[in-house]
Design a protein around this ligand. Sequence first.
Ligand code: IMP
Length: 424
Amino acid sequence: MTQTAIIVGTQWGDEGKGKITDYLARDFDFVVRFHGGNNAGHTVVANGKTYKFFLLPSGVLSPGTVSVIGNGVVVDPKVLIGEINNFKVNNSAPNLKISERAHVIMPYHLLMDNGLGAGQGKLAAGSTGRGIAPVYADKAYRHGIRVGDLIEPELFKEKLEKSYYFNTQILTKVFRLPFERTIEDIYNEYLAYGQELLPYIHDTELDLYNAYAQKKSILFEGAQGMSLDPDQGMYPHGTSSNNVAGYASVGSGVGINEKSKIIGVAKAYVSRVGNSPFITELPENEAVYIREKGAEYGTTTGRARRIGWLDLVQIRQSVRTSGLSEIAFTKLDVLDGLKELKICMAYEIDGQITLEMPASLSKIRRAKPVYTTLPGWEDTDATTYETLPHNLRHYIEFVEKKINCHISFVSLGADRERTILRLR
Ligand code: IMP
């Protein structure tokens, strides 16, 4: 095992990263979220209970592991406090640290998300409405509020004045949306959040640096997936934080200078919540079977997910842009009982076959899938790789060969126990 491991999504999010993180967390001293906010929703089934995490790292179920919300994450303090309190109902307080440098989602960011979505028409990504784009924009504008500011009343006031002025001007004058909250009201509410979060707020970058220097092990938990990455994904149909593995250093402050395990999580089919071209999308009458069987509804918003066949162009791009050392292949059990399965091998664009995702959105809009069809299998009750149905093993090994990346985890259900390890 390497000292560090990074888990990332290879598709459009919702690949099952929470399950894989929880599965591995017990072997790590730290589990670190390094980007995104409560637009993410990670489902973990452990000890017969289903947990849904939005901001809490999926490592919180391992008491010996420290969970860290890194500087690259954007924190809605009200949501986080609710999640911590919920967690405490059935568990002891989470072993959690929150970076002082993480940015805070403010009430005006939430409203701004509505205004942005409405104005972007066909190019809108279909945001979860959690204020993600506005908070990352404020960070780039350099008038964002950071978690550490909430516990420094004078500094918070100074920063809030600048941020409030800018955002309310845009809200009321550009988007023409009414915004009733006064600066005093927001100031008092967020100072109170700061006090509630105080025991968890740390210089986590320094803590992680010291841990790394002492050879402690660190697992980085990515959110979303490669196609939502603002640089490598289907821009502008994505989110506002980078999710490729390289961002684990940026969003945690840990300069990783040794070989890391980089695990890409890929679902056996593809789902998409939100708007964008979706090259392997199934028509609704065919999608419904997989959606219902796979419970493909947004963890955060409850929206029905669009469903499509596995797209190897997408996964190969993730192998390349994250430097994946291996793949965790999930939800194969959802495909049980299907006669045939299609796999997208390449795209046809204007009569040309390409193995790579083009940067041009107009080319992506014109791309058609080039499919191979493989035979299906009956069921996946087996608990060892060798006793899995022949056609299922063939499916796994075919994909592995075509993406040129080892499939190390085969996940056949939500429970931790429904995971088969495949050594090289
Ligand atoms: P935002 O990050 O909420 O602004 O949403 C931007 C796009 O990313 C939308 O298409 C969302 O549906 C998508 N998105 C954001 N987070 C997730 C996630 O955790 N899973 C799946 N899609 C997501």
